[in-house]
Ligand binder design. Structure first.
Ligand SMILES: *Cc1c(COP(=O)(O)O)cnc(C)c1O
Length: 376
């Protein structure tokens, strides 16, 4: 026994520093970090701009209460919603908390509590987000679940049409299911979702906790689809490594969260908001997003050339790429680590590639060479 709970299957590597895509362990061994802390370290480790922001803000003021006005939060909210149909934001500390807020907002706004979500989704570990998550293994042992959720097969238009009605408050989905195996929404299904939402006045909640803030090559992944969300949730990449989550919503929802209706002590903490502002200012630059798309194309080309098509297929967009294998990929993750490449799985047979958005083509070449050595 150790003095830490055993709730993570921890690997026996102790990482002590990082720079860009490279992390170093306590033995001085270097690794290419193609996990980026599970889509968190969007600008790479120790990016000079965010280090500077954090240093400067830490000398001014760390934390005030949300009882005081916050031009800093206001500015970040404006940056996140600019040139979208979304109009307002509130800040919290994690993905699951952003989703809790989304569920509460949808219930309060519609006066209904029936929410449709999808199998293989992942929305978090707190009671609302866990109930929304369509995976038995996440819910096992924690019942009874929060009422009102129904988990439909993803990309199944018939199942969707049979399930929606006047009682449906919201549909909640990931544009690309990250934890569930890097499964992208199909264009016909996205259209069917929009038709259902319009027909019954259903709110659309898009969980962009993993796909948001440039990860898929656009600011938000939904921008590449026909989906028009009423509510968007963010976390992971938003703080580039500093914990922060956000809920964005259309202006019709503005009045639903009045004073005292929802909140959190740490939400929108000055350190978190100042770092997130720097991250978003970098990532939302059109040239930066174009760079993510170019690197994605390059990564896919190199992987396609390196891996036998009979055994491996690629999924995903931007720098959220899944290599789907016919076999269990646990051993691959271990071998890659020995060779100096850090990877995360998605489910049992998908290798997930989530490099920092600042990864270089040379680093992509090195990672693909390691994968080729192991997989071919
Ligand atoms: C990681 C994740 C969450 C949960 O975020 P936490 O910050 O771990 O609570 C929710 N939704 C999606 C899509 C995620 O990938």
């Amino acid at each position: 026994m150790t003095s830490l709970f055993n709730n993570y299957a921890r690997r026996s590597v102790h990482l002590v520093k990082g720079q860009g895509t490279i992390v170093t362990d306590d033995q001085g061994k270097e690794y290419l970090d193609f996990t980026s802390g599970i889509a968190v370290v969007s600008l790479g480790h120790a990016h000079p701009a965010i280090v500077k922001t954090l240093q400067e803000q830490s000398e001014k003021l760390w934390h005030i209460s949300n009882l005081f006005e916050s031009p800093e939060q206001e500015k970040l909210a404006e940056t996140l919603t600019k040139e979208t149909d979304l109009a307002c934001a509130l800040f919290c500390n994690s993905g699951t908390e952003a989703n809790e807020a989304a569920i509460k907002l949808a219930r309060k706004h519609t006066g209904k509590h029936h929410i449709l979500t999808f199998k293989q989704s992942f929305h978090g570990r707190t009671f609302g987000a866990m109930a929304a998550t369509g995976q038995e293994k996440i819910q096992q042992g924690f019942g009874p679940m929060l009422e009102g959720f129904e988990w439909l097969p993803f990309n199944d238009t018939d199942a969707l049409e049979n399930a929606v009605n006047e009682k449906t408050a919201a549909i909640m989905l990931e544009v690309i299911q990250g934890e569930g195996g890097v499964n992208s929404i199909e264009p016909v299904f996205a259209k069917a979702i929009m038709e259902a939402c319009e027909k019954f006045g259903i709110l659309l909640i898009i969980d962009e906790v993993q796909t948001g803030i440039g990860r898929t090559g656009t600011r938000y992944a939904y921008e590449q689809t026909a989906l028009k969300p009423d509510i968007v949730t963010l976390a992971k990449g938003l703080g580039g490594g500093f914990p922060i989550g956000a809920l964005l919503a259309g202006k019709e929802l503005f009045d639903t969260f009045g004073p005292g209706s929802h909140g959190t002590t740490f939400g929108g903490n000055l350190l978190a908001v100042s770092v997130a502002q720097t991250v978003v200012d970098h990532v939302f630059e059109p040239a930066f997003l174009q760079g993510v798309q170019d690197k994605s194309t390059y990564l896919k080309q190199q992987l396609t050339a390196a891996l036998p098509a009979d055994n491996y297929s690629l999924r995903g967009n931007g720098l959220l790429i899944g290599i789907h294998s016919n076999e269990e990929i646990g051993p691959v993750i271990q071998k890659a680590e020995k060779q100096g490449l850090l990877l995360v799985p998605a489910g049992t047979n998908v290798i997930r590639l989530l490099p920092p958005l600042t990864v270089t083509n040379e680093e992509i070449d090195q990672a693909v060479a390691i994968l080729k050595k192991i997989l071919v």
